[in-house]
Design a protein around this ligand. Structure first.
Ligand SMILES: [Zn+2]
Length: 131
């Protein structure tokens, strides 16, 4: 190709075999009257297109699945009242004291304070008595 190097896409190697580059070189060959060569270049394009579409579909599909799996299902709080009470205990006693009373690590308090995990009632009782 004699194209302006500044216009070449950096993602494509000079002798790239991808569908886009093949079609572009076929166009160039046709423009310069080399139809037989253009035909050879184009012969594999339908197959390459099918592969490329299949791969694009697979990538999009994987991404969609992953998004569905990782997306939180709205601001659903399973145990809002318990979480609210726990937050009050944390304000009153401090996170370390609350964690120690529940025999947990401070890091374990996160899901409890967000109301995503339920605490046994005996744990709450211990906190109510602590002071
Ligand atoms: Zn290419």
């Amino acid at each position: 190709m004699t194209a302006d190097p500044g216009r070449l896409q950096p993602a494509h190697e000079p002798r790239c075999e991808c569908v886009e580059c093949r079609v572009q070189s076929a166009i160039l060959l046709l423009r310069t009257g080399r139809a037989a060569m253009a035909l050879r270049v184009l012969e594999e394009v339908p197959m390459l297109l099918t592969d490329a579409l299949g791969m694009a579909y697979a990538r999009g599909h994987d991404r969609a699945i992953l998004t569905m799996r990782t997306k939180p299902k709205g601001p659903r709080v399973a145990f809002p009242r318990q979480a609210e009470e726990l937050r009050r205990h944390v304000d009153r006693l401090g996170a370390e004291r609350v964690a120690a009373t529940l025999a947990l690590q401070v890091a374990d308090l996160g899901p409890l304070l967000e109301g995503r995990v339920q605490l046994g009632s005996s744990g709450l009782e211990k906190l109510r008595r602590a002071g």
